[in-house]
Design a protein around this ligand. Structure first.
Ligand code: AMP
Ligand code: MG
Length: 323
């Protein structure tokens, strides 16, 4: 009995040791992830480019604890730029940066980037994806558009369908609409009760924090247009035959709820702009300026992540390709 007691004690000690080693490993991994996260807290500030990037795009980041009011942010802003042609070269430069950095992220195959795009109807989510990502290798990038949940999706917890689409290592995922719909349209249409959607801000922050600790960097863009600009865009969808397919009479119903949507966006942004997963409010009346801000912010974030090509096999210099 004493023997068995002894061996069980031994057994438990070695089990204890291996658990301890595992804990240590997990702790180290978590610490490493946390320090990577720390580097992401202000990605643009650690960009290596000289001189530091100008103009100052982080100005559009919503800082935690400093709530914004959308009414105070000018959707027409475009700094000193007047016309699309003023930024043509700069946009091309940013697209190329993005392309190269994406290739490194893919080659490194350790971390990934999740980009969330939200806006009112006609806000320009589709156009942004098309114009900012036109040069990116499709193999390293996935776009997921979230519509009204299917029966199966609606039969699960609200994060279920989004979690399945988060990017695997090396990949960029773009969410065209996202888990934020569950505190936007869901709130406005009373699809769940207030105490349910209110709790979701906290749940979303926890979800995003968990993703970040698993080496997924997150940036979120709200494309900010004015009510007048939405009217112009809806009218052009009616007037131009090539745009008829984009018109939905539901957009008119949603437009009548403009103020409710602005309030819901504002709450989502203010409650969920965290250090690890910041929201950017992008002036988006001018499509070309919006594209520039989004492209540059993504490139700056990737540059701050500084993805590395994996080490080459040893002895490459001695290899001769046979005839
Ligand atoms: P669109 O992006 O124009 O194709 O429209 C997609 C529609 O799906 C919009 O009207 C959204 O409000 C709606 N939608 C997206 N996510 C949700 C959700 N979680 N619950 C209810 N409606 C949603
Ligand atoms: Mg639509």
């Amino acid at each position: 009995m004493s023997k068995s007691k002894h061996s069980s004690k031994n057994g438990s000690t070695s089990a204890h040791k291996s658990t301890e080693a595992e804990h240590k490993k997990t702790k180290e991994a978590a610490e490493k992830a946390t320090s990577d996260v720390a580097a992401l807290m202000a990605p643009e500030t650690v960009v290596v480019e000289e001189p530091p990037p100008k103009p100052n795009y982080p100005q559009y980041r919503v800082k935690p604890g400093e709530p914004i009011s959308l009414a105070d942010i000018d959707p027409d802003a475009s700094e000193h730029y007047q016309k699309k042609r003023d930024i043509k070269e700069e946009l091309e430069k940013q697209r190329q940066r993005l392309q190269k950095l994406q290739e490194r992220l893919y080659a490194e195959n350790q971390r990934s980037l999740l980009i969330v795009l939200q806006a009112t109807d006609t806000g320009g989510k589709d156009g942004t994806i098309k114009q900012v990502f036109s040069g990116v290798n499709p193999q390293g990038c996935r776009v997921w558009s979230f519509k009204i949940p299917s029966f199966e999706e609606a039969s699960h917890d609200f994060l279920w369908r989004y979690h399945q689409r988060t990017p695997q290592r090396g990949m960029i995922a773009i969410f065209n609409r996202s888990h934020y719909e569950d505190v936007l349209v869901v709130r406005i249409k009373n699809l769940v009760s207030e105490n349910v959607w209110r709790e979701r801000y906290h749940i979303i922050n926890e979800f995003e924090s968990m993703l970040t600790l698993n080496n997924i960097a997150i940036i979120k863009f709200f494309l900010h247009i004015s009510k007048d600009e939405q009217k112009r865009r809806l009218e052009s969808r009616l007037q131009e035959p090539d745009k008829h397919w984009k018109f939905s009479s539901n957009d008119i119903k949603e437009r009548l709820l403009w103020d409710d949507y602005q309030a819901a966006f504002e709450d989502a942004i203010n409650n969920c702009s965290t250090q690890h997963a910041p929201w950017y409010v992008v002036p988006a009346n001018k499509k070309w300026y919006r594209n520039l801000v989004v492209a540059r912010t993504i490139a700056d974030t990737l540059e701050a992540m500084n993805p590395q090509y994996p080490p080459a096999e040893e002895g490459l210099e001695n290899i001769v390709i046979p005839d």
